[in-house]
Design a protein around this ligand. Structure first.
Ligand SMILES: Cc1cc2nc3c(=O)[nH]c(=O)nc-3n(C[C@H](O)[C@H](O)[C@H](O)COP(=O)(O)OP(=O)(O)OC[C@H]3O[C@@H](n4cnc5c(N)ncnc54)[C@H](O)[C@@H]3O)c2cc1C
Length: 478
């Protein structure tokens, strides 16, 4: 195959946006995806598995950076916000502001067409099997086409947008910048259904046509949460995520053998609003399961001649598992920086390090703190989460945390957070501990290394901080 300036592996959200940005920047760009044209962006045989919710700010970012205004039908429904409910459903905190439920199949087609219009080439039905490595650096990718024939394509830079199970990242030479694998403790197994249904009743704790709802509940969704996100036309996206160890502990304590699939069905039954359901099979996207990482993005997103964007770099938000926003932001910046490197005839790791710095400035600097908070949250059972949401945190403090900011929990205000029982006291002390850790981690990320030279020492400190958090909090769902 021809040589390219930039080879983009994976034409999902991150890949197509990287394609638009790279082509706009004047680079000879190729996007490869294993799917046929008509199902571009489809993650697995099960479909475009996702909760489909994204904050408005990310859609605005696409318009600002690429001049691409997305409207209906790609944005399926506008919602006012996202609310998180305590397990007893008595307390809710707003978690995020306005956003959209996307039509992912339609959006994927729109984005790939936009990239092609900008001049990027697109090859569907090309399965990428791994990177071509020469002298320790990436020189392209190899794989198989629809006929099963091998292909090799060379590029000055490769952008890995293959999603969570990336065949490139897993085959990178062992290095100190990017890990090949994500620990199972940092992965949520998730699944979701898109239903047509007949909304019954008017209890906004279970279904709200104007807001996306998240239910924390360690019995129903150990180590994760359940969600009910509205869509247009009496449809919903309902799903659930669990963490492996939490599920095992919950099952052994309750003497059960529930699987993720059973838990989703149980969650749907638990919801009195979701009745007369029919799976919405449009696009064959009604029901499916997949994994999401819930850690901070990899400490570096670049290697020699390599940039990673979206799920391939573990970018979903550690608390909400929202990965569409960071996939959008990272795809665009990766494409821009790669094109600038080609234009400057300097594709060295020193040059593309700019991508690390820019992503960190725009999005990545809060995620390590959020990872620490997620680990803390998984150590609380339903009673402690209920108690904490009633007494430990005001709505303002909770909003601060959800945005990765540090709430001002003063010693004086702590006396108002009346404590009963030793486990509540411990949980409260732990909250103070984790908020301090978030502060430290946010500070470390504010000082993200501006050059490769500073990276190893910085990374060591980050790892030590996170290790301490993970030693202190173990999953304890029941
Ligand atoms: C059940 C569930 C619910 C979720 N809910 C939300 C939500 O509500 N909001 C939110 O923000 N995020 C959510 N996420 C996360 C979100 O879906 C992802 O973060 C997002 O899709 C990442 O986009 P991406 O482009 O990085 O990767 P992907 O969407 O995974 O795209 C990867 C692309 O690469 C292609 N590909 C993969 N391997 C190969 C290969 N070997 N060769 C060629 N092509 C390949 C795929 O076919 C696909 O087109 C959810 C995830 C799950 C699983």
């Amino acid at each position: 195959m021809d040589d390219y300036d930039i080879v983009i592996a994976g034409a999902g959200i991150a890949g197509t946006l990287a394609g638009i940005a790279a082509a706009k920047g004047g680079a000879k760009t190729l996007m490869l995806d294993r799917n046929p044209d008509v199902t571009v962006g489809k993650k697995t045989n099960w479909g475009w598995i996702c909760g489909d919710a994204v904050a408005k700010t990310h859609i605005d970012f696409i318009k600002d950076e690429l001049g691409l205004a997305l409207t209906e039908p790609y944005l399926d429904l506008k919602v006012d916000g996202v609310y998180v409910f305590s397990p007893d459903l008595e307390k809710k905190f707003q978690f995020e502001g306005a956003g959209y439920s996307l039509d992912r199949p339609k959006l994927a087609k729109k984005l790939v067409q936009s990239a092609v219009k900008e001049g990027a080439e697109y090859l569907p039905l090309h399965e990428v099997e791994g990177p071509i490595i020469e002298e320790g650096k990436l020189a392209g990718v190899f794989g198989r086409n629809e006929k099963g024939e091998q292909f090799r394509v060379r590029g000055k830079l490769v952008i890995d947008c293959l999603g969570v199970a990336s065949t490139i990242r897993r085959k990178l030479p062992k290095n100190e910048y990017i890990e090949n694998m994500v620990s199972t403790d940092d992965i949520e197994s998730t699944g979701r259904y898109i239903y047509k249904f007949n909304p019954e009743g008017a209890d906004e704790r279970y279904y709200d046509p104007k807001n996306a709802l998240i239910h924390l509940n360690q019995r129903l969704a150990p180590g994760g949460y359940g969600w009910v996100f509205p869509k247009t036309g009496k449809r919903i996206n309902v799903g659930l995520g669990v963490e492996k160890k939490s599920l095992e502990l919950r099952n052994s304590k309750l003497d059960k053998k529930d699987s993720l699939h059973q838990l989703i069905d149980e969650y749907v039954k638990w919801n009195p609003h979701i009745k007369e359901t029919v799976i919405d099979e449009e696009d064959g996207n009604g029901k499916g399961y997949w994994s999401v990482t819930v850690r901070r993005q990899f400490d570096s997103l670049v290697y020699h001649n390599y940039l990673g964007a979206g799920d391939s770099m573990a970018m979903p938000n550690p608390i909400s598992a929202g990965g569409i926003g960071p996939a959008m932001v990272s795809g665009i910046i990766a494409g821009q920086v790669a094109a600038a490197a080609v234009a400057a005839k300097d594709t060295s790791m020193d040059f593309i390090w700019k991508y690390n710095v820019r992503f960190n400035d725009l999005y990545g600097n809060k995620t390590a703190g959020l990872e620490a908070f997620r680990v803390y949250l998984q150590s609380l059972n339903n009673d402690l989460i209920n108690y904490g949401m009633h007494h430990f945190l005001t709505e303002e403090e909770a909003i601060d945390i959800s945005y990765g900011n540090i709430p001002n929990i003063t010693i004086a205000s702590t006396f108002n957070k009346v404590l009963h029982g030793i486990s509540n006291i411990d949980a409260f002390k732990n909250l103070l501990y984790v908020v301090k850790k978030m502060q430290k981690l946010n500070k470390l990320y504010k000082d993200y290394p501006k050059s490769i030279k500073e990276f190893p020492a910085w990374k060591q400190v980050v790892n030590a901080e996170m290790h301490e958090v993970k030693q202190r909090f173990l999953p304890n769902p029941i």
